[in-house]
Design a protein around this ligand. Sequence first.
Ligand code: DHB
Length: 310
Amino acid sequence: MPTTQTTIQHVSFENCLMNAAGVYCYSKEELEQVINSSAGSFVTKTATLEARLGNPEPRYINTSLGSINSMGLPNLSLHYYLEYLIELQEIYKERTYFLSLTGLNQEDIHKSLKQVQESEFNGFVELNLSCPNVPGKPQIAYDFETTDNILKQVFSYYKKPLGIKLPPYFDIVHFDQAAEIFNRYPLAFVNCINSIGNGLIIEDESVVIKPKEGFGGLGGDYIKPTALANVHAFYKRLNKSIAIIGTGGVKTGRDVFEHILCGASMVQVGTALQKEGPEIFERLTRELKAIMEEKGYKTLEEFRGKLNYL
Ligand code: DHB
């Protein structure tokens, strides 16, 4: 029987699948459903120092090809997720979870990370540098100078495992420039990709979500080719000590297989998890194992990153 076990920085996960930040992770009740599924870990909703209500509704819509959202960072506060994660550490000593966080300005990012550094939390932080939905706040990781400055300062005091959630890039020179910056830092992982920001979906003569005149982050089928390209571009460019988490357009075992083939060590599920619920992890695991069995692979290492070229 093949195994879908995986490793990030010497931390082992029984399964390579987990939720993507924003889906099934707002409250303890939602996170418990992921814990009780076949997923190998979870990540929290991206937390800010203070709780937020987010943007006006409707702010998330499923379509036949995926989803569009402009949630606006609704979350129950860093304190809420951090306390819960520390509680879980006592119960599930052998498991590791991810805390997603960001700030509305650089000062808040550092205040948050200093709180995490001083806490008992010993899991992974996923620093979100790519939220597209807060009016007036750009996606940080599209500004390379700011990103470099933030990481330089973060690693001067933050000594626990930390990775970053990236927006999609669309130019080879941007892959080169971004990777050159990330390779300067002891990142545990980069997560490619967040939603494709600021798309527009129209029904009849109207937008479908209320915030920002209908502009929102795209997920699902729309974004799989972009996600795979980002996963593979960074897999080829980053130091081998930096793992890749693959996110975007995963709804079948075949999609998981392709993310791993492009170099992903862990694969996150957003839109399809929102549509199908946490039972999806059992189906995806079964479908991935069936592909591995057919191809004679017993572990993910045997095909990770081994994409063939013509
Ligand atoms: C939200 C959306 C994102 O894509 C993200 O990375 C963080 C927050 C949101 O709208 O809540």
